[in-house]
Structure formats: C-alpha cells, structure tokens
Design a protein around this ligand. Structure first.
Ligand code: GLN
Length: 206
C-alpha cells in the first residue's frame, strides 16, 4: 500500500528538536524524537537539527549512534541537516575540534562558525532552488558555509549580498539536503515541505 505520511526522525540528542518537529508535522510528516539505534529502522528520513555540532558528535558516540547512522545514510536514508546538522552531514569539516566526528553523507567541505564575529548571527532573503514563491528568509546563527562542493552535489542557495556574498549556504545530493540557516525558526514551511515531499516521493518509486 502506498503510504503518504512519511515518518521522519529528528535526531534528539541536543539542539532545536522541537522546532523541527513542529515544522515537519505542519508540512505533513509524522515525527519521532530519535535517540536510539533501534529507532532508526522505523524512520523514512532523518533531520539533524541546529545546535552544537561538537556536542552532537560526542553524544552520537555516547549513544552508540554514530556508526549505525552513518551506515543508514550510506544505504540512502533521506536526510536534512540545518546548521550544526549540515556540519554533521559533511565529509570534511574545517575549524572544528580534532576529535569531532561527522557522518560523511554529503561530499562537501564545511567551515564551522565561518561568518566570523561581526556577522555571527544575521538574516538574509535568498532564493533557493526547489523553493518556489519568492525569496526565503534565512536566519544564520553562528553558521557554517560550504567551501567545497563535490561533483554530485548541487548548490541550492548562496548568500545574496554583504561581505559573504556568493558563499554557498544550501546544498543537495538527491534526497540529502543541508542548509547553513534555520528555516525551522521562521514559520516558513517551504524547506521542510521540500524535504517531506522528497521523502514521500521515495515511496512512489518501486
Ligand atoms: N556553530 C555551531 C556548530 O558549530 C552551529 C550553530 C547552529 O547550529 N546554530 O555546531
């Protein structure tokens, strides 16, 4: 039977879990707070929230989730990471702790806290590929940017102006998405809808 309500796990070790769950549910998904390996089998996709990537990396190890999650992502589990979540999905992270781990799900090089002190946190209206209906309000909070994009990775958005103009802040490879910014805090559901629709479309494929 074709089921139309995907179940999306929100990694619930640390970070803005509640905001992502609310946005995903408003976008038509069922959500679960994901903390255990056993819970990975029950989800059709995963969201890694914003927060602190080095803390989440440590907790992934404490909860014995790092390797199981890496393996599920390698098998093709759809994923979306915002901010710290983008850092965790990357294959390479600059300016992080030497012992920080990441999940190697997106072939990108990410620089942590890249925007520097002056623009630690800022907002911008930007156009994002796949998101129709006009510019998106993007909220950046001690955000990373993407310094290298692998051959299979599509750039979806860049900083539109200012000293960081042109920096890549949203990317995608198939059903794996990452944004430097936090759509979960603005009430604009378009990015979550894009992810939920992508997860849902996986059911339709044989
Ligand atoms: N600076 C944080 C980190 O390195 C990310 C910030 C965020 O998720 N808002 O993980």
């Amino acid at each position: 039977m074709l089921h139309t309500t995907p179940t999306i796990g929100v990694l619930a070790l640390q970070g803005d879990v509640r905001e992502h769950r609310a946005a995903l549910e408003a976008a038509g998904a069922r959500t679960v707070a994901l903390r255990r390996e056993s819970e990975l089998d029950a989800v059709d996709g995963i969201v890694i929230p914003g927060g602190e990537s080095t803390t989440m990396s440590r907790l992934l190890q404490v909860f014995d989730l790092l390797e199981p999650l890496r393996a599920r992502l390698k098998e093709g589990l759809p994923a979306y990471g915002s901010c710290a979540g983008m850092i965790l999905l990357a294959t390479e992270v600059l300016d992080t702790r030497p012992d920080a781990e990441h999940l190697d799900a997106l072939d990108i090089t990410v620089r942590r806290n890249a925007f520097g002190r002056q623009v630690d946190s800022f907002e911008a209206d930007l156009d994002m590929t796949g998101v129709d209906g006009g510019p998106l309000r993007a909220v950046f909070i001690r955000a990373p940017w993407v310094e290298r994009v692998g051959p299979d990775v599509e750039v979806l958005a860049r900083v539109p102006h200012g000293q960081a103009a042109g920096k890549v802040v949203a990317v995608r490879r198939g059903s794996v998405f990452a944004t430097s910014f936090h759509p979960e805090v603005t009430g604009d559901l378009r990015v979550h809808r894009l992810f939920v629709d992508t997860v849902r479309s996986q059911f339709a494929s044989p």
